[in-house]
Ligand binder design. Structure first.
Ligand code: ACM
Length: 679
């Protein structure tokens, strides 16, 4: 049967002049232009690396790394050549050109680029090209011309809430390079921890972090160099004036009031802010920023600015008096306006950064008419933040829609465009849109599960920011390529698939992991920030090793189930009309539902025996109930019987109940089951 389908695919490809490689390639992000040929280059004979002129060591190292992964460590003396030519060393910090062309013929491979950055991007593309057929690996013949749509394609990693060791950062940089993300936004400080060594103010890292974990300055330099070798910039964030409990714990003189602060061990926003009215605050920042800006060669520096409701300032008579004396009041002339005080603070920080040659970035809360135009605004609260800032003349970055920690689907990020077709921005304002950043906040991600919360979904953001808008409308094809990419990312050292599996094995102990995996595969952690509000009081000490942590942010099994349901409901439910293809889909759905139905009885003893799993018992029971509904509905469809009103009512009740979360996780198959049931 498979043979029949693949022959049919080949025939269709032939008639539409689409090569096999063209319809099945795994390139992500999609290149700007691809022209596929019919030839191929067999990788049985290793490629020989050849540069036109002596290369930059980082480029030569990147080419060798890629070739080692592609074909092993052998460096052949002869054979087909990987020829690399480029014009000059690229300057990522100047958002330099990343354009390249990549040509594969049966005779060899060539890469041409104006800068070394283009070569790095071409190597990432080349590594995704191999196809396997009849147990042989080939590079398909292709001519690729490629360039990014946006110059700024970032990933924020929050290393403050949970500390992320250097090895974790490095493997994520490798993942970024593979999908052409080019900015690591390193969120280094927050209420719960100050994660970068200051030699001037050492209490920041030794007292400010609840667990005492931080990056030494040598480690920071190591990460910056590792990133640079991959064409990735590192933009540090020191978040202020709020999100600074760790600073104030270490240096109480920064506080806005006379409270004594203990290290903050919970997750919710504190609205604690440093005092913007005292000169000593700026003396402190002057020294700290001299030290910190010196560690990062990138010209951009993120100063945070988010989530300060001003309560710390409004409740301190001395600060209120300062605001009144300086006319920081609302239109009524009386009520103090914390936004004006924060703008004053921003201007002072901006001046300190500018003295050190840095361009300041801030979260969208800092926007206001008095904010100097050179400050880059990162929009996270809504799309409007982006257009408001661009209309006021600020360069902008989009992160709203790209928050990986909200556990939304890859599709939802993919369909979020910094410059949608119906944008209200003028061409000049559109030029201010530098790009965007996926954001991985780490309240619910420690170094074990971090990768699985980032990958593979961040790759959907990478494609949105790299590839042409018109070429990226096909969500199903994005998922097809995401699934090809995901195992490739693990060969780079990422642990997004292995780590959750190990957690499950740990939970299963000596029992078989299979039934637990069957449940975990169709469960997702609750979306948005609901995890904070479902009866479990998380602190920095909470261990993230429960089923909610092993469950994927987006269940691939549930997604495939939904795709099958979509195709089945697209047919009329009268059996004579079923096509062979839809019969196959019905059979696949039935097999899946039978597995789920049978799973509960195998899993319940394990859930009951392990106290940390007991809370998931209801999810297993509900999955079996959903499976029963699915099986009943499939029988109705195949026999052409309409569901009774009683069945519909009972099914609605079953599915409503099945949607309820347990253990901060929920079943990801209920929506599709509803659709199948016609509800
Ligand atoms: C943010 O998510 N508070 C920037």
């Amino acid at each position: 049967m498979m043979r029949f389908w693949s022959c049919l695919g080949a025939l269709l490809a032939l008639f539409s002049h689409i090569s096999w490689a063209q319809s099945r390639h795994g390139l992500l992000p999609l290149p700007a232009e691809m022209h596929w040929g019919q030839g191929r280059l067999n990788l049985r004979t290793p490629l020989k690396l050849q540069f036109d002129t002596p290369p930059d060591p980082a480029v030569a190292a990147a080419a060798r790394r890629m070739l080692a992964r592609l074909q092993g460590p052998a460096e052949p003396a002869k054979g087909p050549v990987l020829q690399i030519r480029y014009g000059r060393a690229g300057q990522p910090e100047k958002l330099d050109e990343e354009r390249y062309s990549l040509r594969v013929t049966p005779m060899g491979v060539s890469i041409d680029a104006p800068t070394s950055l283009g070569v790095l991007r071409a190597l990432a593309t080349l590594e995704q090209l191999p196809i396997i057929e009849k147990k042989q690996r080939y590079l398909p013949e292709v001519d690729i011309q490629d360039q990014p749509r946006f110059a700024w394609r970032g990933l924020l990693i929050d290393a403050a809430r949970h500390f992320m060791p250097v090895a974790v950062i490095k493997r994520n940089l490798d993942g970024m390079a593979a999908v052409k993300l080019n900015v690591l936004h390193w969120h280094l400080t927050d209420d719960q921890g100050f994660r970068i060594e200051s030699k001037v103010f050492p209490r920041l890292q030794t007292v400010g972090s609840t667990d005492g974990l931080f990056y030494t300055q040598a480690e920071v330099r190591e990460v910056v160099a590792y990133a640079a070798a991959r064409g990735i910039r590192v933009v540090p964030e020191l978040d202020m004036p709020s999100h600074t409990t760790s600073w104030i714990v270490a240096y109480p003189r920064l506080a806005s009031n006379d409270s004594v602060y203990a290290p903050y061990q919970k997750w919710r926003t504190t609205n604690v802010a440093i005092d913007p009215t005292r000169e000593t605050t700026y003396t402190f920042l002057d020294s700290l920023l001299t030290e910190m800006t010196g560690l990062f060669p990138d010209p951009y520096f993120h100063a945070g600015g988010d989530e300060n409701d001003g309560r710390n300032w409004r409740r301190t008579p001395r600060i209120v008096a300062y605001m009144k004396a300086n006319k920081m009041v609302k239109a009524d002339g009386k009520t103090v306006d914390k936004h004006q005080l924060q703008t004053y603070f921003n201007r002072r920080v901006l001046a300190l950064l500018q003295q050190r040659g840095k361009t300041m970035i801030g979260w969208d809360e800092i926007l206001g008419p008095d904010l100097p135009k050179e400050v880059v605004i990162q929009s996270w609260r809504g799309k409007k933040g982006l257009s408001d800032a661009a209309k006021l003349g600020h360069p902008v970055l989009l992160s709203n829609g790209y928050y990986l920690d909200l556990n939304y689907s890859a599709a939802s990020s993919y369909l979020t465009d910094p410059l949608p077709a119906d944008t209200s921005l003028t061409p000049a304002e559109q030029k201010l849109v530098l790009g965007g950043e996926a954001a991985m906040w780490a309240e619910f991600a420690d170094s074990t599960v971090l990768d699985s919360r980032i990958w593979p979904r961040a790759a959907a953001v990478a494609e949105r920011l790299w590839s042409a808008q018109a070429a990226t409308q096909d969500v199903a094809d994005m998922y097809r390529r995401l699934n090809l990419l995901s195992p490739q990312l693990e060969t780079l050292g990422l642990r997004h698939r292995r780590a959750p599996e190990l957690l499950l094995r740990q939970m299963a102990g000596t029992a078989s992991v299979l039934p637990l995996r069957t449940l975990a595969e169709v469960v997702e952690p609750v979306k948005e920030y609901k995890r904070h509000f479902q009866g479990y009081d998380y602190t920095t000490a909470s261990v993230l090793n429960r089923l909610a942590d092993a469950a994927p942010s987006e269940s691939e099994v549930a997604r495939r189930f939904a795709v099958l349901v979509d195709s089945v409901v697209a047919f009329k439910p009268t059996s004579p009309n079923w096509l062979p293809a839809s019969l196959r889909q019905l059979a696949a759905l039935r097999a899946q539902a039978i597995r789920w139905q049978a799973n509960d009885i195998m899993l319940q003893p394990l859930l009951a025996a392990n106290p940390s799993l007991t809370e998931y018992g209801p999810l297993s029971t509900r999955l079996a109930a959903v499976a029963t509904v699915v099986l009943e509905r499939l029988t109705q469809l195949q026999t052409g019987k309409s569901p009774s009103l009683a069945w519909l009512a009972a099914t609605r009740a079953t599915l409503d109940a099945a949607q309820a979360p347990a253990g901060q996780a929920e079943l990801a198959v209920v929506k599709a089951a509803r659709k199948l049931a016609g509800l």
